[in-house]
Design a protein. Structure first.
Length: 130
């Protein structure tokens, strides 16, 4: 009889179960949480945060400076241009993140459905049938 090769979702859920078992064995620190180095959540780099929030913030601050320093209509127009540009960069980053998150959730759901089709149970139900 041929041995079935585990699907990607089965391996992912097995890894998550192993991680949860490992985390249950960890001793919490004084605040009651496990040290951040033990977390499997992806870390966000400082450069990414600088691009995601720093550039829009710098543009908005520049617009405020233009409104204060500028004379007459030029200050108001510079303020509108810089703040509008900063807000558009921030919203573009936010919309991109929402789109990527939705794609990840769809992939996870597809993998869970494939696991259900193969095993007859959902991955998070455990080994005991109902």
């Amino acid at each position: 009889m041929l041995k079935r090769i585990p699907s990607k979702i089965a391996l992912e859920y097995e890894a998550r179960a192993n991680w949860h078992e490992l985390m249950a064995q960890q001793q919490p620190n004084a605040r009651g949480t496990v040290h951040a180095a033990d977390s499997s959540a992806p870390r966000v780099s400082r450069w990414l945060i600088a691009v995601r929030y720093g550039i829009p913030a710098a543009m908005i601050v520049g617009g405020i400076v233009l409104a204060i320093v500028g004379s007459g209509d030029q200050g108001i127009e510079g303020f509108a241009m810089a703040v509008g540009g900063g807000l558009s960069v921030f919203l573009l980053n936010a919309l991109y993140r929402v789109g990527v998150q939705g794609e990840t959730e769809r992939e996870r759901e597809d993998d869970a459905r494939a696991y259900y089709a193969e095993h007859g149970r959902w991955p998070d139900e455990g080994d005991t049938p109902h």
